[in-house]
Write a protein that binds this ligand. Structure first.
Ligand code: VGL
Ligand code: ZN
Length: 217
């Protein structure tokens, strides 16, 4: 049993480039204005309840390793092997630092802190906690310093950054509740597998936000 003080909300990568509502470069299916309204209403209600809101923000330099444009002869959505042997999915250029596409499309003033990730040109960072080199973003320490033990997570994309962030949160020892209808995935089959993986690793998967149930966490 925890109290509301132990709870915080982590909203993953709700950025213009990942939404159809903003004609994003890497728009995730089902991210129209209705989706953003739903996320916005949910965030507002959670804030009203007294929970601190945190956001992760994909925040890439122009020459980021994940951009297909940096790999001549390769196309977006291909998986390549990097010179150090890691595999990397290639994407259209997205979430470039200081561009409109990188902007979080929710009320910025709601967030206690926004944690950028993926700023190193050579490493991707689906997780809000650490990048592909293992470098910490500081999110775990920020949450622990605030006395947080349980996270309510949702956002984009289920099969990439949401999954990675939830799995790292569990590994870091946080309890995690993930809200399905406030999240969207790139690929349906991969998203199904991602929900199963999050559940198997110990996340509590809720079909939708239940404010009464939140109070019992
Ligand atoms: C994401 C692909 C590349 C995400 C970020 O937010 O899920 N996906 N960069
Ligand atoms: Zn990215």
């Amino acid at each position: 049993m925890s109290s509301l003080q132990d709870l915080a909300v982590v909203i993953v990568d709700v950025q213009a480039d990942f939404t159809t509502a903003h004609d994003g470069a890497l728009a995730v299916p089902g991210t129209d204005h209705d989706y953003l309204e739903r996320v916005s209403r949910a965030a507002g209600r959670l804030k009203e309840l007294g929970l601190a809101l945190y956001a992760t923000q994909d925040w890439h330099p122009e020459d980021h390793v994940s951009f297909a444009s940096r790999h001549p002869g390769k196309e977006a959505f291909e998986t390549i092997e990097l010179s150090d042997g890691r595999s990397q999915v290639l994407w259209p250029e997205h979430a470039v630092q200081e561009t409109a596409g990188a902007a979080i499309v929710l009320d910025r003033s709601w967030f206690t802190q926004v944690v950028p990730k993926g700023a190193h040109p050579h490493y991707d960072s689906y997780s809000g906690f650490k990048d592909d080199s293992g470098r910490d973003t500081g999110l775990a320490d920020i949450l622990r310093a605030a006395g947080v033990r349980t996270l309510i997570c949702f956002g984009l994309a289920v099969d990439y950054c949401l999954k990675a962030t939830v799995c790292d949160a569990l590994e870091a020892g946080f309890g995690v509740v993930v809200i399905q209808d406030l999240s969207r995935g790139v690929d349906p089959a991969a998203s199904e597998a991602a929900w199963a993986e999050m559940r198997d690793k110990g996340a509590d998967i809720w079909p939708s936000l239940d404010m009464e149930r939140i109070k019992t966490l």
